[in-house]
Design a protein. Structure first.
Length: 148
C-alpha cells in the first residue's frame, strides 16, 4: 500500500524534480519496485498505472437483502448490481431500496437475465491506494484463472 500511495502522489509520465519532494517522499520513491517509476538522480516519472478498469461488479444472491449487502462491499471501487435467482414478490419495494443505494438489479429467469434497475454511475471521490490495490488483486486473479 505504501508503494501505491507513493505512486499516486506522482503524475503519470511527467518528470518531477527530486528536490521538490520531501525527505520521506524521496525515500519512498527510491524504494519503489523496478519499472514503477523512471528515476534519475534529479527526477522521477511515474510509469505504473492501474492494469485494468472495473466497470461493474455483479453479485448473485438468493435474496435482495443478501445481495445488497454483498454488492455494497464494492461501493469504493465500481458500479454495483445484484443478480437475483427469482423475481421478488414485492419488486417495487425492492427496487426502491436498491435504487437508494445505487445498486442495479438483474433477475434471472430460465436462461434469460432481465435488467430491472440500472446501476448508478460510479464516480470515485478520489483515487486511492485501496482502489488501485483492488484492481491489482483482481488482475492477478484473472491472470491466474486464464493460466489454466
Amino acid at each position: 500500500m505504501a508503494d501505491l500511495e507513493s505512486l499516486l502522489a506522482l503524475p503519470v509520465g511527467i518528470a518531477v524534480p527530486m528536490d521538490t519532494l520531501g525527505p520521506k517522499e524521496r525515500r519512498a520513491v527510491r524504494a519503489l519496485p523496478a519499472g514503477a517509476a523512471e528515476r534519475s538522480r534529479k527526477t522521477v516519472a511515474r510509469q505504473a498505472v492501474r492494469p485494468v478498469h472495473v466497470d461493474l461488479a455483479v453479485v448473485r444472491a438468493a435474496s435482495l437483502r443478501q445481495g445488497l449487502e454483498k454488492a455494497g462491499r464494492f461501493a469504493p471501487f465500481c458500479r454495483r448490481a445484484v443478480l437475483l435467482d427469482r423475481r421478488p414478490t414485492r419488486l417495487d419495494e425492492a427496487l426502491v431500496e436498491a435504487d437508494f443505494y445505487g445498486i442495479g438489479v438483474f433477475v434471472a429467469s430460465g436462461r434469460d437475465v432481465e435488467l430491472v434497475l440500472e446501476p448508478e454511475e460510479y464516480r470515485p471521490p478520489r483515487h486511492t491506494a485501496a482502489a488501485w490495490w483492488f484492481v491489482e488483486n483482481l488482475y492477478q486473479r484473472l491472470r491466474s484463472a486464464s493460466a489454466f
